[in-house]
Design a protein around this ligand. Structure first.
Ligand SMILES: Nc1ncnc2c1ncn2[C@@H]1O[C@H](COP(=O)(O)OP(=O)(O)OP(=O)(O)O)[C@@H](O)[C@H]1O
Length: 715
């Protein structure tokens, strides 16, 4: 049966361990900077030599098999791969038989030597044909490998394309708490990453095929060797001794980093600072502040200081690990194995002393045995190494399939919303009943015992200081997170029973930390309502007018097709502008840029307010369909807007909203609060005052105090 993915919590299943539990966690200090923690499986701790025998690796391999089988079935379902896959497998099979055929011809040469010793004549015709066949084998090997390489490229591309689309699907559907988990993001990028053009799936396929062909190689070589040597004096004894070494050689090696659960960390303040400085100077987003703030020199001296303190220890984890492994002294088993390697020669010499007449033939067979033993040994080591890396590949494949079916942290509801689409035009009601909430990994309450009700069609304004919990309320209404305690009702129904896609479709939100996507302005606005395509330019311009963005967009060179930040950068040769070429000419790309229609600046310099107007247009895009949206949420919508833009936004909203419920989070007191049906005044994660503007003024609390202060300022 296929494993229970989807129900398994990828991050919590084993993987979370207590770093103080010394029995089950091995701690290694790799360098001044890096600490490595490896989990010892409790079951394996009880088995002697479990780590030496790499049991964990084999158990992991076994557990991954259903996923690998699924992967093979998926690859089998890509019709475009069939031809190439068949050809690739056939070529690999033939290639893996070649060493055995070569060995067979070596045996033939040995027989020729044998008969030459016995009869004192050589069958030249046979000798030439055998030697010719051996050479033909080598050439055939070269040609077949070339074809196999050729075939593997289109196959790799097709498989990569299939899984890249799947990987994108996984990333696109993750919710906020799941995506916020750094471990999950790391696993996704590992599972779907493409290194040197090869996806993990392709690397696994190649590994599997290599393991199969290595096995074919070993079996075919062994059977040929057995047939060749069975009549040779000392042959079986010498073969046994030669192969013994290659069979045992791997026992001395242990893979230091187990394939199970491990984590590496650094607490070295200098290294952390060094990495931060390095990131800061390489990220274009910081350039303006580095230059304007005159930070360059300070950063350089800090970098130098940290770098000097750390010395050669300022290395990434992988380099440190490699270094650590290389410095370990060869272990006892590998020292014992050395003499075994010399045994065949010693045995041969002793036998030669005993039976001098057998020397020439024994010499030839010793040569044959030692050569084939060394190829055999190399093949066997390769097989061993392949099973090592295949166990890592398999576990990544396992994670990849688990992630494809991983459930989001926020569970979906089952009840469609709204029951009647027309009702949405009358707005939505929202009720919080004793809601408390902490962000994942945070110990402090972002909301504490919050209760309020916003009626259908009401205008609600949430006020409060920075960090008082205003945005958190909006995030809970959109179900980006679920409350820790308490209940949220939408139209008197628990938000958790309603279908997530439906409630999100019924709301339009503008977050305080809205972002712009690396698409054209047209697509950025169209995304507000994914159900309407970006080709509906009339709708998009209408939304841009409502958002107050149409005027400046139309002034841009590419208008609605302008990219805010181009996702694909133009590439230039290695000569930076401002330097000189080898002939002393100043390097300039102007002419080339002009011909290629390239721009010297790849991001469009829009102001913060203009960016916000595009975000508002995106929100209006959704609200254009009258019956679609019942609630509009604005988190500090006028933060970057000038007063006139703010005023006209409010006017447009009043016109557009009809009966819809409106919810604003804001710092400003004024037009908005005076018109609000309900004001929630927050302080330190709780609602301290609630009511209309008049109610709160009459109550003479904090709201009244700040209102009066503001009023005085304008007198
Ligand atoms: N992603 C997060 N992870 C952990 N804590 C968070 C996160 N987002 C907000 N908080 C914390 O939750 C509390 C409430 O934050 P929230 O963003 O709701 O405040 P706010 O009233 O909207 O503030 P502002 O007026 O500055 O936007 C703050 O103490 C904040 O530090």
């Amino acid at each position: 049966m296929f494993p229970r993915y989807g129900h398994r919590d990828v991050t919590r299943s084993k993987g979370s361990f207590d770093t103080n539990d010394e029995k089950h966690v091995k701690h290694t200090k790799l360098s001044k900077v890096w600490d490595l923690y490896e989990e010892r499986e409790p079951e394996l701790v009880k088995i002697p030599f479990a780590s030496r025998l790499n049991l964990e690796r084999y158990i992991g391999l076994y557990e991954s098999l259903p996923y690998v089988w699924q992967m093979l079935k998926d690859i089998g379902s890509i019709r475009a791969c069939w031809f190439y896959l068949g050809l690739y497998l056939a070529l690999q099979f033939v290639i893996s038989l070649i060493p055995a055929v070569q060995l067979w011809y070596s045996g033939q040469l040995l027989a020729i030597v044998g008969s030459a010793i016995e009869n004192r004549t050589v069958d030249k015709k046979l000798l030439f044909s055998v030697a010719g066949s051996r050479i033909a084998c080598s050439i055939a090997d070269l040609i077949l490998r070339h074809f196999s390489n050729l075939v593997s490229r289109p196959l790799n591309r097709r498989i990569r394309h299939y899984y890249t689309v799947h990987g994108f699907g996984v990333l696109a559907r993750l919710d906020v708490p799941t995506y916020d988990e750094p471990l999950i993001r790391q696993q996704i990028s590992r599972a779907f990453s493409v290194t040197s053009g090869q996806s993990i799936v392709w690397r696994t396929v190649v590994h599997c095929v290599h393991i199969g062909s290595t096995a074919v190689m070993l079996v075919s070589q062994l059977s040929v060797l057995f047939r060749v040597l069975k009549d040779q004096q000392d042959g079986p004894l010498l073969a046994l001794l030669s192969f013994l070494h290659s069979l045992l050689a791997r026992m001395g090696h242990t893979n230091h980093l187990n394939s199970g659960v491990w984590a590496a960390t650094t607490r070295n303040a200098d290294f952390i600072k060094l990495s931060g400085l390095s990131k800061a100077v390489n990220n274009p987003a910081h350039r303006k502040e580095i230059v304007a703030g005159n930070m360059g020199e300070y950063m350089h001296s800090e970098y130098q200081r940290c770098s000097t303190t750390l010395g050669p220890d300022a290395e990434g984890f992988n380099d440190v690990l490699t270094n650590f492994r290389q410095h370990r002294f060869p272990n006892f088993v590998s020292i014992i194995l050395r003499p075994i390697k010399e045994l065949p020669q010693i045995v041969f010499t002793l036998r030669a002393v005993q039976y001098p007449s057998s020397i020439p033939l024994s010499l030839a067979s010793l040569n044959l045995i030692t050569t084939s033993a060394s190829t055999f040994s190399a093949t066997l080591l390769r097989l061993y190494d392949q099973t090592g890396s295949i166990s890592n590949n398999f576990s990544t494949i396992c994670k990849m399939y688990e992630m494809m079916h991983m459930e989001n942290r926020i569970q979906d509801g089952t009840l469609p919303y709204p029951e009647n689409q027309q009702e949405l035009q009358m707005g939505m009601s929202i009720e919080f009943i004793n809601v408390s909430f902490k962000y994942p990994e945070s110990n402090t309450y972002a909301l504490k015992n919050v209760s309020f009700k916003i009626h259908k069609g009401q205008l609600c304004v949430i006020l409060g200081q920075n960090g008082s919990g205003k945005s958190t309320i909006l995030k809970l209404i959109t179900r980006l997170y679920d409350p820790l305690e308490g209940q949220i009702l939408i139209d008197d129904k628990d938000i958790k029973v309603l279908k997530l896609a439906d409630i999100r479709q019924a709301m339009a939100v503008l977050f305080q930390d809205y972002t712009h996507f690396p698409f054209s302005i047209k697509e950025n606005i169209a995304l507000g309502d994914p159900s309407h395509s970006s080709s509906d330019l009339d709708r998009i311009t209408q939304a841009a007018q409502l958002g107050g963005a149409s005027e400046f967009i139309e002034r841009l060179e590419d208008q609605y097709d302008t990219y805010l930040d181009r996702p694909v950068n133009d590439l230039y040769s290695n000569l930076p502008e401002g330097t000189t070429s080898i002939f002393g000419r100043a390097v300039g790309f102007g002419r080339i840029r002009k011909m290629g229609g390239m721009k010297s600046n790849e991001s469009t310099g829009l102001s913060g307010g203009q960016m916000q107007r595009i975000a508002l247009s995106r929100l209006f895009m959704r609200s254009l369909s009258e019956s679609n949206v019942g609630l509009m949420l604005f988190d500090e919508p006028s933060a970057s807007l000038d007063p006139s833009a703010e005023y006209s936004l409010f006017e447009r909203l009043q016109l557009l909203r009809g009966q819809r419920t409106l919810l604003f989070s804001s710092h400003r007191f004024g037009n908005l609060t005076r018109n609000a049906g309900i004001i929630l005044y927050m302080h330190d994660s709780t609602i301290v005052e609630k009511g209309t503007h008049e109610n709160l003024l009459n109550a003479g609390g904090e709201y009244a105090k700040i209102w009066n202060l503001q009023a005085k300022a304008f007198l």
